[in-house]
Design a protein. Structure first.
Length: 303
């Protein structure tokens, strides 16, 4: 079961209690994708759409990571608000890495008709999404679904294959739930490559915090979750405390501008442990802040 399908099921579940247009539109696309995702997608929809299924999902969430579905909704609200503001401030194209089955592109295109959006993800995920968009009548000539694997080909090469992508234009790069699955050096290299290729670019992304035991992860995740992620080939490979994040990102060519406050009294993060941040991609030769000696990264051995 892929992470993208789990997130799609969380979006459908969220829409049962969240009447906002963003949540409802995201759930419609997620449902259409799950309907096309074979037996796994149908099982997830059945679980979300029935009372016994929802009860089972609540038990599974409590046994894995309490509040994680609400965290995903919190994370998407922050990213959606920042992305909409960036487009209002003059961004002309958006590049979304590992876009999954999310509907952010459609919301941004509706708000900014002159925008062009490029989603980069695995071919099977994008094929599923393309079919769902076509069925819902949401396919848009300004949305380009670009299959590929991060790290499989040099950045400059797949960037040339993006139809109509203009590196010199004001660009927003979104990397939601991406960087923590790469080794730290690979994540920094990817960011530096983007900084070199895009002279006028902003970044919205996420990274993991460190748990009290020094491992990257959510504060309330159950101890066995780390082992399970490792066996699935999706371990969190690095994390950083808040005070170290500017230095680690700076070495990737990112000038950090803001971090979403997990303790916001009006809208707190239901499952703290993942930093949601925005910044600017800068040329790597610019000076960057170093992480304090007492706040160095700890990257534990992987299972």
């Amino acid at each position: 079961m892929s992470t993208s399908l789990l997130l799609a099921a969380a979006a459908v579940r969220q829409a049962r209690t969240d009447p906002t247009p963003g949540a409802q539109h995201n759930a419609a696309l997620a449902r259409a994708c799950l309907e096309r995702a074979g037996k796994t997608g149908r099982h997830l929809l059945h679980a979300v759409d029935t009372a016994p299924g929802r009860g089972l999902l609540r038990l599974v969430e409590a046994g894995c990571l309490p509040g994680i579905c609400a965290h995903y909704a919190w994370r998407k609200r922050r990213i959606g608000q920042w992305a909409a503001q960036a487009c209002a401030d003059g961004v002309r194209q958006v590049l979304i890495l590992a876009a999954g089955l999310d509907g952010l592109s459609q919301r941004l295109l509706a708000q900014t008709p002159a925008l062009r959006v490029f989603e980069f993800d695995r071919a099977d995920t994008l094929a599923l999404k393309r079919d769902a968009l076509r069925t819902l009548g949401l396919d848009d000539p300004c949305l380009h679904l670009c299959p590929g694997e991060l790290g499989a080909v040099p950045l400059a090469r797949w960037q040339r294959d993006l139809p109509g992508f203009v590196p010199e234009q004001p660009t927003l790069v979104i990397a939601e739930g991406v960087l923590m699955y790469l080794p730290l050096e690979a994540a920094q290299t990817l960011l530096r490559q983007l900084a070199r290729a895009l002279p006028d670019a902003r970044l919205i992304a996420t990274a993991m915090d460190l748990r009290p035991d020094g491992a990257p992860g959510f504060a309330r995740q159950r101890p066995w979750v780390r082992t399970w992620l490792g066996r699935r080939g999706e371990p969190f490979r690095w994390g950083a405390p808040r005070q170290a994040l500017p230095g680690l990102l700076g070495h990737g060519g990112v000038r950090l501008a803001a971090i979403a406050e997990p303790g916001d009294p009006d809208d707190p993060d239901p499952a703290p442990g993942e930093w949601v941040f925005r910044g600017d991609l800068t040329h790597p030769h610019h000076s960057v802040p170093a992480a304090p000696a007492h706040a160095r990264l700890r990257a534990p051995a992987l299972p």
